[in-house]
Design a protein around this ligand. Structure first.
Ligand code: ATP
Ligand code: MG
Length: 179
């Protein structure tokens, strides 16, 4: 499984439809300060279900929608589509898995997996234990290393548990117990 493509429209500084294609192996994104490098990684985290506006450097979720510039009007809608090569059937039985997240300024939002409307929970479940989940250890943003060192033992434990692949079972146990 590997990340193949990120497409965005209206996400942060990416007002126009922007498509970034990745090959297998290492990709580096370079550019001057403020050119949008961090926004690219945030688009991935957002599409995978990030719920904290603060961790996306905003005050509220609609702050991720293109806010306009001196000579361009703000947009009312943001969409990110991330596509994974899943030839090895790591995530599910599909050859390719795409996650779409949309948000409108009025607060309406939706998630799709391979074009089908799903719940946020379905997106979380798909990525639990893959290292791309909610407590992802594969996306380390500026400042994250410090926050891992300063986190409480139970928070740090969650990172190790995701890495070890046991969160899925813990989640299922909790679900069963609550029934
Ligand atoms: P650095 O090298 O300093 O880390 P970077 O390449 O990571 O920079 P980003 O932080 O990704 O840059 O991009 C910041 C830019 O994105 C700023 O110019 C900011 O104004 C713009 N930006 C963020 N949110 C929005 C938004 N909602 N609408 C328009 N522009 C936005
Ligand atoms: Mg940055």
């Amino acid at each position: 499984m590997f990340l193949k493509k990120i497409e965005m429209i209206g996400f942060k500084s990416f007002a126009d439809r922007t498509k970034i294609q990745f090959d297998q192996g290492i990709t580096a994104i370079v550019g001057p300060n403020g050119s949008g490098k961090s926004n690219v990684t945030e688009s991935l985290r957002w599409a995978l279900g990030e719920q904290s506006a603060k961790s996306l450097r905003g005050a509220k979720m609609p702050d991720i929608i293109f806010a306009g510039t001196q000579n361009r009007k703000a947009l009312n809608f943001a969409e990110v589509i991330v596509t994974f090569d899943n030839e090895d059937k790591y995530l599910n039985s599909e050859k390719e898995v795409s996650i779409t997240r949309r948000l409108y300024r009025n607060g309406d939002s939706e998630f799709l997996i391979n074009g089908k409307k799903v719940r946020l929970k379905d997106v979380h479940d798909l990525f639990t234990d893959t290292g791309l989940g909610r407590d992802s250890f594969s996306i380390i943003s500026q400042g994250k290393i410090e926050s891992i060192f300063n986190s409480k033992p139970e928070e740090r434990r969650a990172i190790f548990e995701e890495a070890a692949g046991v969160l899925k079972y813990k989640g299922r146990k909790k679900e069963t117990e609550s029934k």
